[in-house]
Design a protein around this ligand. Sequence first.
Ligand SMILES: *Cc1c(COP(=O)(O)O)cnc(C)c1O
Length: 691
Amino acid sequence: MSVPGFFVTGSDTGVGKTMIAGGLAALLRKAGRDVGVMKPMETGVKTSRGKQPYDDASFLMKMAAVKDPPSLVRPIGLKAPLSPHHAALQEGIPIEIGVVMEAYETLRARHETMIVEGAGGLMVPITENFYMADLARMMGLPVLIVVHPFLGSINHAIISAMAAQAEGLDVLGIVFNAWKKGKYPAPDFQLIERKTGEAVLGLVGCIPRPDKRSIQKAVWEGLDIERLLARLERRTPQVRAAMAAELAEKDKKYTWHPFTQMKEWMKDDITIIGSGKGVTLRGVDGAEWLDGHSSYWCNVHGHGDRDMNRAVIRQLGMISHSTFLGLSNEPAARLAEKLVEISPSGLERVFYSDNGSTAVEVALKMSCQYWRHVEPKGARNKFLSLGGAYHGDTVGAVSVGGIDLYHAVFRSLLFDSVFVPSPYCYRCPLGQSHPECGLACADLVDKALEENQGEVAAMIIEPIVQCPAGMITAPPGYLRRAREACDRHGVLLIADEVAVGFGRTGRMFACEHEDVSPDIMTLSKSISGGLFPFAATLTSGKLFNAFLGDYEEKKTFFHGHTYTANQLGCAAALENLRLMEERGTVEQGLVKGNAMGRSLESVASLPHVGDVRRRGLIAGVELVRDKSTGEEYPWEERVGARCAAEAKTRGLIIRPLGNTLALFPAPASTLEEISRMTRIMGDSIREVTER
Ligand SMILES: *Cc1c(COP(=O)(O)O)cnc(C)c1O
């Protein structure tokens, strides 16, 4: 059985990683295993001592008795005794991770087991944004943490284990190494195991002479090699695949997935995600995919972003949750101020909840109650929404939803809504072509409000792009016209920015494109950077003030959720906004969106692609049976779903919206990643529609 190996790291530099890595390599070699070694980057390299090169890499090669080219064993050697990042800066040679990984892959293909020795500890920078921990993760190796056993060892062992865990790394074990000194208090292994949750595999004692025999002997005597090997055996690709299969079985037996025909699901091959970094998702079996829909439209800075994680970990350390009923909390107060500051003018109050549907539910109930306060004898019980609208899955949100496939079955539960056709230019409801139409579809809003004079509490709209409907981009001016119509009829406007908010369309909020201030705005999905279920409903001062009165007047908004203003969600949202500012995420999104548009041109030219719609980093690709007439594929053929399935086999996760494929990458995606996404998408469409 092949054992991929492990990555030796330290609680600090100078703890004797090389002795451990070398000793284990020699022992495994002696036991008949084909061991490869690697020291991907070494700093403080002296070219020679006498004739023999004297460095960690050559030492490891000697211990493992391998004859690999030194340039593969140590692709990067730097003179200055600094972190690789700083040594490279000093020498003016940029470190290329690609080169290191190529060397690693070559060695891995040659050997049964790889022992890779890092430099210093896990948080040693290799480049500005890439640490030793990232290298271990990229190699897919569990880490063995070497700690000195002297005073302070418990602290160092715990801190290093916490760092590995926060990095999402698999810890093979912790070992102590006293090779240089004889006197030390014996570390309390049990305590360290209990406090870290990781295995302590032993203590290597003083090594009188650092020759191969003595090192091998000390490592053999000090460490529980059998336990180490047993733990290594649990990390083979075969074992991981078996674990994925076991988890899939549990999933199929016990869970019920959203929007999923479970009869099919239970038959299908399913994927169990284990981790993610940047825009890459990794299955527990090690397979990887590009996250083409930013984990359903919510991830902003990539998975495992360290700044996001740190903000949440800090908050975790303080408090995760205390109720917002009768109490407030620090991040909630700060975030509310920030949201009011960045949102369209007029929005002055923030009501927190925990998902897009609840944010919409709050908006609907608020508008309803608002009219009770200002028109006690009025009858404004209806809402106006667009055909194909989607505002969530709770009963109120479904009432204003216009996707029959999802909503029809619940009609008997729903309240009265008025619908106007969606401003869907590719299939214009009025049979016209833009811009000659003069936005006739916007006149329908006016007409509907006229016909229901005095009965409509609010219009609810997904500004600029109706995402779940199939990324339907409204013609320029539509949103503004809808706002004006609402104003003419004294109707509130609710902008559902759950999907389009936070830079996705190239502006912080989609309403900004047309300088529209809604009376209510709903936010969720990207608000927490995609880390937590979290949401907010923002309202105007006018609306808020209508709820003020003496308690007996019963003007209180009697609505709330247990996790309202959850501190972790608030902390994530605050950090998300701070990082968006610092990283210029909105501006970057605009630039990347344009690049995405250019690489979608080749997709648009495919014979079965009828329409490519895009705003910022949101794109919809509508598949048609006949491009010249726009004839649709029958929905039962599920062409979109088949293309998405094909894309998955090619390494891209996307989801279909009927016959439209959605591409909704995280703003953190690089241009290269975006172009890979569009290329796979195009290839998949070709494979499904042209074969
Ligand atoms: C996703 C979505 C919702 C619902 O949000 P959930 O968090 O899934 O409840 C509401 N409105 C729009 C526009 C959405 O895209």
